[in-house]
Design a binder for this molecule. Structure first.
Ligand code: GTP
Ligand code: MG
Length: 502
């Protein structure tokens, strides 16, 4: 076949097409040689079409025509590399309005306090309950001073309750690992998974316990106690009930009274006083619940009748009960709040743990404060639980997600933020949304609380006036460049006396 050039290809194609058309128009017998001619012509058309259409003549001086629209060239674009999202930054501080209520000192608190003072002469032991999650904020100097009256020979035991709702210490973690029945504790400890971002603020529970023990063991101040115990419900923490009973027995033996020992269980509202009384009675006497308990403050309204928690020496053959007379009796008391909480953040803490009636401070503020602490501690269980893409500092985002997940919706299908806030706080109080220590416990914070406790308890108005005056002095000192402008107390000597030797 002759070599086809673009110009001859067109001619050849047209000629072949004509031949083919002529052949098609002539009737032929099947199998005739004509078909071979036709095939050859068809092949010639195909070859020519493959080469045609010929490219238009190009010249160096003419602009080449644009490419046909059927084959648009894709412009090559550099895709920018997305930087990874910045790591989550929790809020470092929480802005508390100074306008929030700072008192929950009710009529029955005053009445209970004066009744306690009346019966004090018969009481040989004070068992003071404090919530372990707020060991400093749940300190009630008014109660302490009122009941330390007289020659101050009365024995004192401090029980830090709700230990199971605070983070585990390493020792507990080891215990739980070997215990098969610690489902609740293991689920709540998941907040400390290694995938969590580094904690900015997470004091180890073990360190808090060490500081508190050293502090209360010191006889250099009025907050000294004969025993300090950390109690909680659940398998791990209820084991401390036995050491508490032993400590009480030892005090009873020392008292060596024929009538036995009378003890009074005191503390802030909802600290777990009645629960403790029931548990002591169950363990010491193997008897059922006598005191009413409940998740809100103010369940116990009056001083109870004495309840026996340890049998008398004549009721048992056990020689360890010798010298305890008729045994040990405990009186339950109503929770007593402080007349005025000078630090507004401490008030939020007390609201969060349930020491103050819900509703006194807006539930959204309390939920926001909880969110702030969860984030600070790197306790992000809420993210997965509420189906969120990641942690947040925005309480509305947090509450909307919680409302959607729990069906807390209004009639118009909008999320109920108040409903979600109430639910979230209740859930956290049960230990189901992460465990937290809300107070930072250090030698300095303990000694500062001790110094603050020396100031006599004031009424709300007196305290406000005093606060104003102190602020004035601080500002004046600052202006003159004098020390103590931050309001810190000269605590170094006291701190060294308590903590240096340990
Ligand atoms: N998880 C846990 N819950 C506790 C503990 N102690 C008490 N509670 C709960 O805390 C709530 C308050 O307990 P109560 O014994 O009624 O407290 P209270 O100090 O007598 O309270 P008021 O009589 O109102 O002052 C109840 O729901 C108890 O079940 C504890 O150690 N761990
Ligand atoms: Mg009670």
């Amino acid at each position: 076949m002759p070599r086809l050039t673009p110009s001859t290809a067109g001619k050849t194609a047209r000629r072949a097409a004509r031949t083919l058309a002529a052949l098609k128009s002539v009737p032929v017998a099947p199998g005739a040689a004509v078909s071979a001619v036709a095939a050859a012509a068809a092949a010639e058309v195909a070859t020519a079409e493959a080469v045609a259409p010929p490219p238009p003549p190009t010249s160096r001086y003419t602009t080449p025509p644009p490419p046909p629209p059927s084959t648009p060239a894709k412009p090559f674009k550099l895709q920018p590399i997305q930087p990874p999202p910045p790591p989550f930054e929790p809020r470092a501080t929480f802005e508390v309005s100074t306008q929030i209520p700072r008192s929950y000192f009710l009529g029955h608190h005053t009445a209970a306090l004066s009744r306690m003072r009346q019966v004090l002469s018969n009481v040989g032991l004070i068992i003071e309950c404090r919530d372990f999650r707020v060991p400093v904020s749940s300190w009630n100097p008014l109660l302490e001073q009122s009941l330390a009256a007289g020659d101050n020979k009365r024995a004192r035991i401090i029980v830090y309750t709700k230990r199971d709702l605070a983070p585990e210490s390493f020792r507990d973690r080891g215990r739980n690992a070997s215990s098969s029945s610690s489902s609740s504790s293991s689920s709540s400890s998941s907040s400390s998974s290694s995938s969590s971002p580094p904690r900015l603020h997470k004091q180890a529970a073990g360190e808090v316990i060490r500081y508190l023990k050293t502090f209360h063991s010191s006889t250099a101040h009025t907050s000294h106690a004969d025993s300090i115990l950390f109690l909680g419900t659940g398998q791990t923490h209820s084991q401390s009930l036995r050491p508490l009973l032993d400590a009480i027995k030892s005090i009873a033996r020392k008292a060596d009274s024929l009538t036995g020992l009378r003890a009074m269980v005191v503390g802030m509202p909802n600290a777990g006083k009645s629960t403790l009384l029931n548990r002591l009675r169950a363990r010491g006497m193997n008897l059922g619940k006598v005191a009413k308990t409940g998740a809100q403050p103010g369940v116990t309204r009056k001083l109870g009748t004495p309840v026996r928690i340890i049998p008398g020496e004549n009721d048992t053959d056990d020689s360890s009960y010798m010298g305890m007379g008729e045994g040990v009796f405990v009186v339950d008391t109503p929770g007593v709040f402080v007349p005025y909480v000078s630090n507004p953040e401490a008030m939020l803490k007390l609201c969060l743990v349930g020491c103050v009636k819900d509703g006194l401070v807006s539930s959204t503020t309390i939920a926001d404060y909880l969110l702030y602490h969860l984030n600070l501690a790197g306790s992000f269980e809420y993210v997965e639980r509420f189906g969120m893409p990641g942690p947040t500092n925005d309480v509305h985002v947090f509450l909307r997600a919680a409302a959607r997940r729990t069906g807390k919706l209004k009639k118009n299908n909008k999320e109920s933020l108040e409903g979600a806030a109430d639910w979230v706080v209740q859930e956290w109080r049960k230990g189901a949304l992460g465990r937290l220590l809300l107070d930072e416990v250090t030698p300095d914070s303990l000694v500062a609380a001790l110094e603050a406790a020396k100031i006599p308890s004031l009424s709300m108005n007196q305290a406000r006036k005093k606060e104003k005056e102190a602020r004035k002095v601080r500002n004046e000192n600052k202006r003159l460049g004098l020390g103590g402008g931050d309001g810190s107390l000269p605590t170094e000597a006291v701190r060294d006396a308590i903590f240096k030797s340990s």
